[in-house]
Design a protein around this ligand. Structure first.
Ligand SMILES: O=C(O)CCC(=O)C(=O)O
Length: 225
């Protein structure tokens, strides 16, 4: 589901300013993306500002408009995770095809609540999804950015909210520009779904356990099995 104009210009500005500050800090530290294996070609730097108590992100995560939009999809009683900001680095490979969590248990899924504070496009990274694929089981093996039949290319404009089921096959195309491209994800969980559900992401040729990776903030998860 795509909701354009969800964020005000002021909210976009506040988020972009905070994201610029963070990225400049990383550049000063010459922060590099983590080594990747063949199956999860993702050139991203991740940040969890809600876990750090960053007021701009905490306020938005707790906003009534986000709660309402979420309740329309998940019903009342949903839970939230902290936050996941993905910076696709300049001239990086974006994010390989993946599902956010294993699809074998159909009821165990997260809902991505993806906010885009600045325009995305085919140059800095489109988000590509396969509608209906959350009912098609495990993503088939294949190339990390090769097209999948039925895929739809989205280029959300600044201020857009995209609600995306975590079992839907999705990827972010390479960032061909000199600037980072980002999304702000406040993941939610249907009532009763445990918070470790997103510990394992499913790629076309393998799985990655994020909860074993300190940079992906395992502190945010309380019940890793
Ligand atoms: O940055 C995006 O557009 C999508 C992010 C994504 O794939 C994810 O959070 O799983």
């Amino acid at each position: 589901m795509v909701i354009e104009g969800f964020l005000t210009d002021h909210e976009n500005d506040q988020l972009n300013e905070s994201l610029d500050v963070k990225y400049a800090q990383w550049q000063a530290e010459t922060r590099q993306v983590a080594e990747k294996s063949d199956h999860d070609e993702c050139d991203v730097l991740a940040w969890d500002p809600v876990l750090e108590g960053h007021p701009v992100f905490c306020e938005l995560a707790a906003s009534e408009k986000l709660r309402q939009a979420t309740a329309e999809v998940l019903g009342d009683g949903f839970e939230t995770q902290t936050s996941l900001i993905m910076f696709s680095i300049p001239h990086g490979r974006g994010q390989a095809w993946h599902q956010d969590c294993p699809p074998e248990e159909v009821g165990l899924f997260n809902l991505n609540r993806l906010l885009y504070p600045s325009d995305t496009n085919l140059e800095n990274g489109a988000i590509v999804v396969v509608p209906g694929s959350h009912k098609q089981g495990v993503i088939p093996p294949g190339g990390t950015q090769d097209p999948i039949s039925g895929e739809v290319v989205l280029t959300p404009r600044a201020g857009t909210l995209v609600l995306l089921h975590g079992h839907v096959y999705h990827r972010v195309t390479p960032n061909l520009t000199d600037k980072p491209r980002n999304s702000v994800n406040f993941r939610a969980l249907p009532a009763g779904v445990p918070d470790w559900v997103t510990c394992v992401a499913v790629y076309r040729n393998g799985r990655t356990r994020f909860c074993d990776t300190p940079s992906f903030a395992p502190a945010a998860y309380t019940k890793v099995p």
